[in-house]
Write a protein that binds this ligand. Structure first.
Ligand code: EPZ
Length: 429
């Protein structure tokens, strides 16, 4: 298995190109199931999760083509992918595929909407939580679907198609909002989604669906209105930049020190993390290329953070921010409100000398003078990158194992950091 070795102490100087958002690309690819015409997506990141989703979609009969390299194209640029679900030949999403990438469960919405049936394996939990899908099932039942759970599968039927309705989620769910929005585009009549997720990825998917002929309003707010249409057509759409990747490299720069421009980042999607980083002592400027992050000389101040649905502080940046706070002057309190087990990185950060105590969903981080490099293990996607961030500033070498977690969500991570001066390399055993 591959691992990553980092020798701490180097500042980061230069430009990091920000890739297309993983959490937009995945639902956008799934949206291709809603039409028999071609959906072309630009700026798709080269990630393990994207490759896994191709397998899921192939199983339904979706053809896909990836555009080859063009003259002058930077090898870190995103890829252009065309997806065509001319005919959906199989409405079953099997356990062996869904269990490898849980967002593939989201195919249930478009399959029901277009084919009026779907047999989709329950995704199961993961390292950060049980990840139930009760909101999805209640929402689809509200649109007229009959859903039975049998031997780990959701057997969903909607004879005559889905019918619009009003749905109100008990708590904000990004996945359930994506699925209900996609399903409602082909339902008869109007669907209203209340307490909808407001994440930029929801907005990106809604804009793509509108380009495909869907009638959607209110996306980005807590209430989304969808008027069903008989069919959707093909479109071309550019995947929005990855705010979590951008926030991650902003925290890496604050940790290592230096001066980095996050090229293509969207500052308005990172207002809360930018505010916290400024309080922590990073200088952050908005430029016409994106976001410029600097920290030279002075140390990092301890700052508190509570995760929350967008536009609050994103749970997907919680581990990265905690890594930064391990080097802060003072004590930081970090509360995780979205997932029940998203502190797996704590015991690994402790191996690097971090002083962190846990009390339920609250972590108390006492800053230390300097972390000490060590061998550590990645446990989930965002936890793994928090160990890389810590390793950038630790004394000596840090080796992060099980980095297949990293490859799920960070494209060309070593290249992007080493181009800015980090001493980082991938070691293949
Ligand atoms: C999406 O996951 C993201 N994944 C996650 O990113 C992200 O952390 C999460 O949203 C929150 O922002 C993708 O977009 C592919 P939720 P999702 O439904 O949709 C509970 C990453 O690192 N819930 O918003 O699965 C759930 O257990 C990943 O890129 C129910 O109880 O998250 C959680 O506690 C990790 N019942 C809370 O809601 C349901 O039916 C929010 O989860 C659905 C969710």
């Amino acid at each position: 298995m591959d691992r990553i070795k980092i020798t701490g102490g180097a500042k980061l100087e230069g430009v990091i190109p920000i890739s297309g958002a993983k959490n937009a690309a995945l639902p956008l690819m799934i949206a291709s199931l809603l039409t028999d015409e071609t959906l072309t997506l630009e700026n798709v990141p080269r990630l393990a999760d994207v490759r896994q989703l191709f397998h899921i979609l192939e199983n339904h009969g979706v053809d896909h083509a990836v555009q080859g390299k063009r003259n002058g194209m930077d090898d870190l640029a995103g890829q252009t992918v065309s997806l065509t679900a001319r005919a959906i030949v199989d409405t079953r999403a099997p356990y062996d595929l869904v269990s490898k990438m849980r967002a593939s469960f989201w195919v249930i919405g478009p399959l029901l909407a277009r084919m009026h049936e779907a047999d989709v394996s329950l995704p199961g939990g993961c390292a950060i939580g049980t990840r139930p899908v009760d909101f999805f099932l209640e929402g689809l039942r509200a649109l007229g679907a009959d859903i039975e759970i049998e031997r780990g599968y959701c057997l969903a039927r909607a004879k005559g198609g889905l019918v619009g309705n009003r749905i109100s989620f008990p708590r904000v769910s990004v996945g359930a909002t994506h699925v209900m929005m996609m399903a409602a585009t082909l339902a008869k009549g109007e669907t209203v989604i209340e307490n909808a997720a407001r994440e930029p990825e929801i907005v990106d998917v809604a804009e793509c669906l509108i380009a495909m002929g869907a009638k959607i309003e209110g996306h980005g707010s807590s209430t989304i209105y969808i008027q069903g249409v008989p069919r959707l057509h093909g479109a071309r759409h550019r995947v929005a930049p990855d705010r979590i990747e951008a926030g991650t490299y902003a925290m890496a720069t604050a940790m290592a020190g230096g001066d980095v421009t996050l090229d293509g980042a969207t500052p308005q999607h990172l207002e809360h993390p930018i505010e916290l980083l400024r309080q922590a002592g990073a200088e952050i400027d908005i430029t016409n290329r994106g976001i410029r992050v600097r920290r030279n000389g002075h140390g990092i101040h301890a700052v508190d953070a509570d995760t929350a649905p967008y536009p609050g502080f994103p749970t997907d940046l919680q581990a990265q921010f905690m890594a930064l706070m391990t080097a802060g002057k003072g004590t930081s309190h970090i509360t995780e409100t979205i997932f029940e087990n998203r502190f797996m990185h704590v015991q690994e950060l402790a191996r690097l000398g971090a002083k962190i105590t846990l009390d339920g969903q609250k972590a108390t981080v006492e800053g230390v003078e300097r972390l000490q490099g060590a061998e550590v293990m990645a446990t989930d996607l965002r936890a793994s990158v928090s160990l890389v961030i810590a390793g950038l500033a630790a004394e000596g070498d840090t080796e992060v194992s099980r980095i297949y977690h990293l490859d799920r969500g960070f494209e060309h991570l070593e290249q992007k950091l080493s181009r800015c001066g980090a001493q980082i390399e991938r070691i293949s055993d």
